[in-house]
Design a binder for this molecule. Structure first.
Ligand SMILES: Nc1nc2c(ncn2[C@@H]2O[C@H](COP(=O)(O)OP(=O)(O)OP(=O)(O)O)[C@@H](O)[C@H]2O)c(=O)[nH]1
Length: 463
């Protein structure tokens, strides 16, 4: 096997042109005697870096027992069956990148010839396919969004070693980013980022969301986007951050996907491809989640006023009534109905009627306490539950609602002033058992009385 004769030089030339990475070592001494060009290109190591088998395995694997645990049993198995089964394994290259390789060997006298095929691309494609199917299955099963995003993050981190990934979700109302998934970034870092307002120079993600375009920061410590966050990044031990805005199929911003690196670094073409893959998957997951969220919202909330709907009111009332039944607590239920609403529609148009209902909801919410529950249970009919509320307090709240709605400032699309009033009926539960229906019936009777008394007033139905 020594390459020193004329013919052997030709052998070296031949081996250097083969696309398969080849090397051989002495079985008796463990010395590595030859590696071809494809080997050097694949792993980056020369014979000086890996003079023997021991140095080779300590270079390519971070597991101390790698040779004993993986290689020795595999060689033994091959020798026993007399067939060199290919071993698929992950090896570190000299530049610390990882390669998935298929290894085989053959014995020629004292020399063991090694053959390595780079199967990283197949491996990645297979892993991505698996991650994609796993994610889609989770989407179909309506799994928690965080769990779905974690699958994507883990896949990227596996493909891109020494990377930490995060998915942040865009909160349109607050123009901020909320934590979606970042399982391996430290908690203190995630807490600091959670809820951050987007804008120019708000790190890579805040800026990417603000600009709606990919932001590559290869050195956090010197980049202006990170000026206000360098200390935080130092504590989290991250030095580079590449962030991609995640867009919906309609082009709306859904969030950001980011890859962090421990050392200053720029993305390669493969990294860009990986970012595209992850952003695309995250977009499917988030968009589907938003659709589900919207369906859920529509099932429980009134689309015009944003208040709870009849179904939600009954469900929540049932829960509150059960709690108060056990503790014998008092509570009040009110029915509120717009007076002569048909006239409002007739005089100012249906659109103005809608605006009136929205204004009424907004005014009511500004008066009610956060523990109170208000719902639109019919066209111009609202039900209100006041937990832990006595008669005097309930009447005060009802009167405040009536007065504030009467004096609220409301204009039609043609800028005409609209005057609306409401009638309210109040009923009580004082300890004991009572169903939602019973209470609502009582409140309805009270409402009927207040209408009969001339409207724009409150009527309390005593037991
Ligand atoms: N603009 C608008 N109107 C609605 C909506 N839902 C119901 N209405 C209208 O509300 C009106 C209710 O009229 P009525 O039941 O006769 O009651 P009213 O005119 O308010 O009279 P009183 O309740 O007796 O004071 C009808 O004209 C409905 O068309 C809605 O979502 N938007």
């Amino acid at each position: 096997m020594n390459i020193n004769s004329k013919d052997d030089i030709r052998l070296e030339d031949i081996l250097n042109t083969t696309p398969v990475a080849v090397g051989w070592s002495s079985v008796s001494s463990g010395r590595i005697e030859y590696v071809n060009k494809a080997f050097r290109d694949l792993f980056g190591y020369t014979l000086d870096d890996i003079p023997n088998i021991e140095s080779w395995y300590s270079s390519v694997s971070s597991k101390p027992q790698y040779y004993q645990d993986v290689i020795e049993p595999w060689i033994k198995e091959c020798q026993e069956s007399d067939v060199a089964h290919a071993l698929k394994t992950m090896l570190h290259c000299k530049d610390r990148s990882l390669k998935q390789v298929s290894v085989t060997f053959s014995l020629v006298g004292d020399k063991r010839l090694w053959y390595f095929s780079d199967v990283t691309d197949y491996w990645i494609a297979e892993k991505r396919l698996r991650a994609r199917s796993e994610m889609l299955e989770m989407v179909a099963k309506s799994s928690a969004l965080k769990d779905i995003l974690n699958v994507i993050v883990k896949q990227v981190q596996q493909e891109s070693p020494f990377s930490l990934c995060s998915v942040l979700l865009f909160d349109k109302a607050n123009q901020s980013l909320k934590l979606g998934a970042a399982p391996d970034l430290p908690d203190f870092y995630n807490n600091a980022i959670d809820g951050i307002k987007i804008g120019a120079n708000v790190g890579s993600c805040g800026t990417a969301a603000h600009l709606g375009e990919r932001v590559i920061v290869d050195n956090i410590h010197t980049h202006r986007y990170w000026k206000n966050f360098t200390q935080l990044a130092r504590e989290a031990d991250v030095a580079a951050c590449w962030s991609d805005p995640i867009m919906s199929s309609k082009g709306d911003l859904l969030g950001t996907f980011a890859i962090y690196k421990r050392f200053p670094s720029s993305p390669t073409d493969k990294d860009f491809e990986l970012i595209n893959f992850a952003s695309n998957l995250a977009s499917i997951a988030i968009e589907n989640f938003r659709v589900q969220e919207e369906l859920e919202r529509r099932a429980h909330f009134d689309h015009l006023t944003g208040l709870a709907n009849r179904r939600q009111f009954f469900e929540q009332c049932e829960t509150i009534l059960n709690q108060s039944k056990e503790a014998h607590l008092s509570l009040a239920i009110m029915m509120m109905d717009v007076d002569h609403f048909k006239q409002v529609n007739d005089d100012y148009g249906h659109k103005s009627g809608d605006l009136a209902l929205q204004k009424l909801a907004e005014t009511s919410l500004s008066i009610l306490r956060k523990e109170d529950l208000i719902a639109r249970i019919g066209g111009e009919e609202f039900a209100i539950l006041l937990p832990l509320t006595g008669k005097k307090e309930a009447l005060l709240i009802a009167e405040r609602l009536r007065a504030n709605i009467e004096s609220c400032s409301l204009f039609s699309p043609d800028n005409e002033k609209i005057h609306i009033t409401v009638s309210l009926g109040v009923a009580f539960k004082q300890g004991g058992r009572c169903s939602v229906d019973e209470l609502l019936n009582k409140a309805d009777k009270a409402l009927y009385r207040s209408k009969a008394l001339g409207r724009n007033c409150v009527y309390l139905l005593e037991d």
